[in-house]
Design a protein around this ligand. Structure first.
Ligand SMILES: NC(=O)c1ccc[n+]([C@@H]2O[C@H](COP(=O)([O-])OP(=O)(O)OC[C@H]3O[C@@H](n4cnc5c(N)ncnc54)[C@H](O)[C@@H]3O)[C@@H](O)[C@H]2O)c1
Length: 314
């Protein structure tokens, strides 16, 4: 299992993540079939992919011919059975709900051959919990793409408690082949690697606002114009090496007692949610949003990130 090259892939869920995952795999040369039980999501997926690919065209990261060939490698399935037929791998990108994912994986196990790898794009649910009760848990693995998946290079390949070594390696090799930067996460811990670090930072950022130490605007400014700028080039551990581990030790000794350590979500976050301040989608979160500002931000974000990927992360 898992030692042959993965070429035929089914992507389940055509939402924010699923359509981008299907797109990047097709650009990377795989034959991709996509399914979503929401007809509207499935029906608009190819148009959303074309819109995404136009940014790549603008930056000369793909030619018009390559774009057409990539889109031609994608087909839409009529149902789950159609998605699963003759596939080397299925990537699940349905909504983040354990019960739903377990139901979906039980169906996937029935509808695919035992050699077919079953990957979940879950953000935080344990791979072991998703695979629990399956007859072949060895073929279940995490493949955590980051949003937008067709732009952000990293994919965390997560070993569940029963995942076979060959499955880990086959998924890792596939992701390298399609131009991603996979990393192996060797233990099935909540948040894997990236989200543990990201949410440790968000907890501190929210706390700084809550304590009146700086405004939300200024907290974001500090990150963007200081260490955030550096992070795409140097990770935190390389930065610690450059600073010196002795200095790092001294700072941690003095600073750690003052950092946010709450194990509950912040009261400020709870209050905002109770007031209907849900972020960009409701017009107000930590910042104020209009639909136009959101649209511009997202399209500019993709272009800026792609420029960084092209210039810095090769
Ligand atoms: N949004 C992010 O930033 C992000 C990042 C990394 C990982 N993820 C993870 O990716 C997964 C998908 O997230 P998303 O943001 O794309 O969600 P989304 O809501 O945009 O898309 C989910 C899609 O799954 C479809 N779906 C639900 N149940 C289904 C079923 N039984 N059969 C077929 N289709 C079904 C829905 O119709 C929807 O189109 C989640 O597990 C999420 O945690 C999300």
């Amino acid at each position: 299992m898992g030692n042959k090259e993965i070429k035929n892939i089914g992507v389940l869920g055509a939402g924010l993540m699923g359509h981008g995952i299907a797109q990047l795999l097709a650009v990377g040369g795989c034959r991709v079939r996509l399914f979503d039980n929401d007809d509207q999501m499935l029906g608009t997926a190819l148009r959303r992919m074309s819109d995404n690919l136009r940014v790549f065209l603008k930056l000369d990261m793909i030619t018009p011919g390559e774009m057409d060939q990539a889109l031609a490698r994608i087909t839409l399935a009529e149902d789950l059975a159609g998605l699963c037929r003759d596939q080397d791998m299925i990537i699940e990108a349905v909504s983040e709900n354990l019960e739903l994912k377990r139901k979906v994986f039980a169906s996937l196990e029935e509808l695919t051959s035992p050699e077919c790898i079953l990957a979940s794009n879950t953000s935080a649910i344990s791979i072991g919990k998703i695979a629990k009760g399956l007859t072949h848990p060895g073929r279940v693995v995490g493949a955590h793409f980051w949003n937008p998946p067709h732009v952000v290079p990293c994919v965390e390949v997560i070993r569940g408690p029963r995942t076979d070594d060959e499955v880990m390696e086959a998924v890792y090799a596939l992701l390298r082949r399609v131009g991603k930067r996979p990393v192996r996460v060797q233990k099935d811990v909540p948040g894997f690697v990236g989200n543990r670090m990201q949410h440790a930072l968000w907890r501190e950022a929210i706390s700084l606002v809550e304590e009146g130490i700086a405004s939300a605007e200024d907290v974001d400014e500090v990150v963007r114009y200081s260490f955030g700028l550096r992070l795409a080039f140097l990770g935190p551990l390389a930065t610690a090496d450059l600073a010196g581990l002795d200095l790092t030790y001294d700072i941690h000794k003095d600073l750690f007692p003052h950092l946010e350590r709450s194990i509950d979500p912040s009261p400020l976050l709870v209050k905002k949610i109770e007031q209907g301040e849900l972020g960009a989608k409701s017009g107000q979160g930590f910042h104020k949003w209009t639909p136009e500002k959101l649209r511009q931000m997202v399209s500019r974000r993709d272009e800026v990130l792609l420029r960084i990927v092209r210039e810095v992360l090769v």
